[in-house]
Design a protein around this ligand. Structure first.
Ligand SMILES: *[C@@H]1O[C@H](CO)[C@@H](O)[C@H](O)[C@H]1NC(C)=O
Ligand SMILES: *[C@@H]1O[C@H](CO)[C@@H](O)[C@H](O)[C@H]1NC(C)=O
Ligand SMILES: *[C@@H]1O[C@H](CO)[C@@H](O)[C@H](O)[C@H]1NC(C)=O
Ligand SMILES: *[C@@H]1O[C@H](CO)[C@@H](O)[C@H](O)[C@H]1NC(C)=O
Ligand SMILES: *[C@@H]1O[C@H](CO)[C@@H](O)[C@H](O)[C@H]1NC(C)=O
Ligand SMILES: *[C@@H]1O[C@H](CO)[C@@H](O)[C@H](O)[C@H]1NC(C)=O
Ligand SMILES: *[C@@H]1O[C@H](CO)[C@@H](O)[C@H](O)[C@H]1NC(C)=O
Ligand SMILES: *[C@@H]1O[C@H](CO)[C@@H](O)[C@H](O)[C@H]1NC(C)=O
Ligand SMILES: *[C@@H]1O[C@H](CO)[C@@H](O)[C@H](O)[C@H]1NC(C)=O
Ligand SMILES: *[C@@H]1O[C@H](CO)[C@@H](O)[C@H](O)[C@H]1NC(C)=O
Ligand SMILES: *[C@@H]1O[C@H](CO)[C@@H](O)[C@H](O)[C@H]1NC(C)=O
Length: 452
């Protein structure tokens, strides 16, 4: 996500003063039909924001102002809907979207996005295809890249951007030097690399991914992005100035979820007590995102300042809580009451809009709060379907049900989509600078040409 994106995004909440029925989605968690009925409305509402099936629009993309990364997040939510609710209505669209956006190198750096894409953006598509592999979602046609391959390509291209030259390691937020945020090493990029490594380790059984996960986690711990002990908090990021010594202390649900679920996957695979402890501590610390057992985006919901991106974060957190409960049985008694209470509360927020069941952002009030959007639909959908996390098999691996095949070298066969200068040897840094300048000048020239 670009910084400018974040700043621009408090745009959508003002217009909807439409009829407001009070028919909330009342969920009875003991009745799967009530959950299926409720979530089918929420999923339908989510897909209202999908424009990729309309003439002239791009497959895989949602309407403005939803950025490319959030589309990757949303397809992950639709995969969860299919899996937990046994509803394959949207499967063809999910498949088409995931395959259309892979880009020429099959690593989710499509040309259309490449000028603004950050590591985190790429990762959310990688996480979606990882889920497709772990849920044994229908495999793509043979001549298309397979889910596992795509996830490995995302991981490999991200790992190649590891920057040992500043702060002793870590991934920068941005892929490209000309984007603002290139000097920031954030948790969503590093946490996602850790998270992908953990899932690939468990799925493939390849120890290299465990090593990578440990390396990323240790670095995050060293610079203070992850604390430990009784309050095991996960912070937003560090600026590379002064050797990454200044932490931006915001806590976001999705960062916490990425790290927590990553630890859970690693424990489940390695059975190492260190990861068991970390998972349990992260689950304990996640109560910072609940009020009377109801989930909220603590950093922005209070001040009512959640931007478009942030309004989707609870979706990933719900997904990752469900995965953690599946993979680390000792966490279930803490997680399930939180998911269940939040799901019931989220359902009550789904009483807005012209359709009468548009979901809101604030789940405390037992009613719609006037907010609406793709993020609101995703969050409500994910928390509702994850109430069923223990009624379905945990993520499959290549040996117990997953049929997707990949390649450990995915994404690196050709010239990797990776322009970050850290891989260019010191001698050719000037070259990278020139490339940046040339691209910058070309963009400027195009802009001027358009103006005149
Ligand atoms: C949460 O809801 C699920 C799904 O209905 C149910 O199986 C589980 O027992 C509930 N757990 C708690 C703690 O309420
Ligand atoms: C679910 O929807 C079906 C079809 O509309 C309806 O027959 C059924 O009563 C609903 N079940 C619940 C529990 O709401
Ligand atoms: C499956 O989902 C679609 C779209 O949300 C919905 O129209 C349909 O009723 C659902 N089917 C069942 C059996 O819930
Ligand atoms: C790139 O953008 C063009 C124009 O919007 C669109 O037609 C094309 O499908 C897009 N390609 C991808 C891979 O998104
Ligand atoms: C810079 O930070 C890294 C990571 O915390 C640390 O390993 C390294 O020793 C630090 N270097 C200096 C010169 O302080
Ligand atoms: C914090 O983490 C470090 C490194 O993993 C470990 O040595 C230490 O015991 C942990 N402290 C607590 C209170 O868990
Ligand atoms: C895990 O936590 C327990 C209880 O706090 C502690 O006794 C044990 O030493 C920890 N194990 C590791 C490997 O950190
Ligand atoms: C927690 O919820 C209560 C009501 O359920 C509300 O009054 C309070 O403001 C909430 N706290 C925060 C921090 O939002
Ligand atoms: C790993 O997850 C599976 C599936 O939920 C579970 O049965 C198993 O006990 C977990 N392994 C460990 C070591 O907790
Ligand atoms: C996974 O998909 C493959 C290919 O469709 C199928 O043969 C296999 O039975 C599926 N595995 C599970 C656990 O559903
Ligand atoms: C294991 O993963 C590493 C790192 O991605 C890769 O280089 C290697 O080829 C993989 N090994 C196998 C047997 O797939």
């Amino acid at each position: 996500m670009l910084l400018t994106n974040t700043l621009l995004s408090i745009v959508t909440t003002t217009t909807l003063l439409l009829s407001h029925s009070t028919k909330a989605l009342e969920i009875d968690l003991d009745d799967i039909d009530s959950l299926r009925n409720a979530t089918s409305l929420v999923a339908y509402g989510l897909m209202d924001y999908y424009t990729g099936n309309q003439y002239g629009k791009t497959i895989g993309m949602f309407s403005d102002p939803y950025y490319w990364w959030e589309a990757g997040g949303a397809w992950g939510s639709m995969l969860d809907y299919w899996y937990y609710m046994d509803n394959d209505t949207y499967n063809d669209e999910i498949m088409a979207a995931l395959l259309h956006q892979t880009g020429d190198n099959n690593d989710y750096v499509p040309l259309n996005q490449s000028t603004t894409e950050g590591n985190d953006d790429q990762a959310f598509w990688g996480i979606a295809v990882m889920t497709a592999a772990e849920r044994n979602f229908t495999n793509p046609p043979e001549d298309s890249p397979q889910w596992l391959y795509l996830a490995q390509a995302v991981f490999n291209t991200m790992a190649l951007r590891w920057d040992g030259d500043t702060c002793g390691g870590g991934l920068r937020w941005q892929i490209f030097v000309w984007n603002s945020g290139y000097d920031y090493k954030n948790t969503v990029s590093n946490g996602a690399l850790f998270h992908m490594a953990a899932r690939l380790a468990r799925y493939t059984g390849n120890q290299s991914y465990v090593d990578w996960a440990e390396k990323v986690y240790d670095w995050m711990y060293e610079v203070g992005l992850v604390s430990n002990g009784s309050s095991m908090f996960v912070y937003d990021g560090v600026n590379i100035a002064n050797n990454c010594s200044t932490i931006t202390p915001y806590q976001w649900t999705y960062n916490h979820g990425l790290v927590m679920a990553g630890a859970a996957y690693l424990y489940n695979f390695t059975e190492n007590e260190v990861w068991h402890n970390r998972t349990k501590m992260l689950v304990d610390a996640s109560t910072v995102f609940f009020n009377n057992s109801i989930m909220y985006e603590a950093a922005c919901q209070g001040p009512n300042s959640c931007n478009t991106d942030q309004r989707s974060f609870k979706a990933y957190f719900s997904r990752f809580l469900g995965a953690t409960a599946q993979l680390v049985p000792e966490t279930r008694s803490k997680i399930l009451p939180l998911i269940n209470a939040s799901a019931i509360a989220a359902g009550k927020s789904c009483s807005g809009g012209t359709d009468g069941h548009t979901c809101g952002l604030n789940w405390f009030i037992g009613d719609w709060d006037g907010m609406y959007g793709l993020g609101e639909q995703m969050c409500a959908l994910e928390v509702m379907v994850n109430t069923r996390c223990l009624h379905k098999p945990a993520p499959y691996t290549s040996t117990n049900g997953g049929s997707s095949v990949g390649d450990g070298a995915a994404g690196t066969e050709h010239h990797p989509t990776n322009l970050a200068p850290l891989h260019i040897t010191k001698g050719s840094r000037a070259g990278a600078g020139i490339i940046t300048a040339v691209i910058g000048i070309s963009i400027l020239a195009c802009a001027l040409w358009l103006v005149f």
